[in-house]
Design a protein around this ligand. Sequence first.
Ligand code: PSU
Ligand code: MN
Length: 305
Amino acid sequence: MNKYLEVSKEVAEALASGKPVIALESTIISHGMPYPQNVETAIKVEDTIRENGAVPATIAIIGGKLKAGLTKDEIEYLGKKGVEVTKASRRDIPVLVAQGRDGATTVTTTMMIAAMAGIKIFATGGIGGVHRGAETTMDISADLEELSQTQVMVICAGAKSILDLGLTLEYLETKGVPVIGYGTEELPAFYTRKSGFKVDYRIDTPEDLAKAFKTKIDLDLKGGMLVTNPIPEQYSMDPDVINKAIDTAIAESVKLGIKGKETTPFLLAKVKELTGGDSLASNIELVLNNARLAAKTGVAMSKLN
Ligand code: PSU
Ligand code: MN
């Protein structure tokens, strides 16, 4: 494994001395936002994690290496290349690594590489899930399988209603993944604080999040924990505006016959196009909010033994 894994000096030193480290994904950089906002946000997220007492480890596949901890130049490189970088899920790793290629890591592959490096907590925007119409397309994100087998806490703002949120929760229940609401009983839906669906448990402090996940690790229960952190009120969007955009985007993807790994990036780009700069601004703020919570939870976890 060490042959393929490359942990940056800063991240390796932090892990060796028991300092909290927070993993970050790179698909959000290459596929999630336009350049240069993607690079600016990625750097701002790293700074936010440092300001809150932890060390950031942005994860990607570069030149066939599984990297935990990127330089600013590497972040700039991924951000500039954008959607030309392969969106890398679990199935993509062997070929990309064998051929010395680049890959932008999704929630799935970020969890995998974080776990290989010994990182326990990962902050992002939104996760993949069960798509609407999955009863015929079988389009279910590999993120849900990864949450069921890899021991990393994922802190997100819920999932966008480009997905079937009810079916996504059912799938996570079947797979034994605890879904926590941070300060809420309701599953947030990324741009909005409400979805109409309940989470399994409400937890109100980073200390209690850390304790719950530490207990899962101590019990040797495989799989992760999904923490859903609602977007701050002042940045949340009008549900009617966002849901209308989502419905239009889905109708268009069906009409164009979009399939497989293209589905999520297509829907995300379309929703963004339809809602203009508002959704980008909200997206950036919710990621920063998740980074803050992840760093605080990491600090709390490093105090437990
Ligand atoms: N949902 C979002 N923003 C994202 C993604 C999903 O709101 O950036 C990205 C994440 O990297 C996630 C991936 O892991 O898309 C899921 O893709 P798929 O549905 O193809 O599994
Ligand atoms: Mn899919």
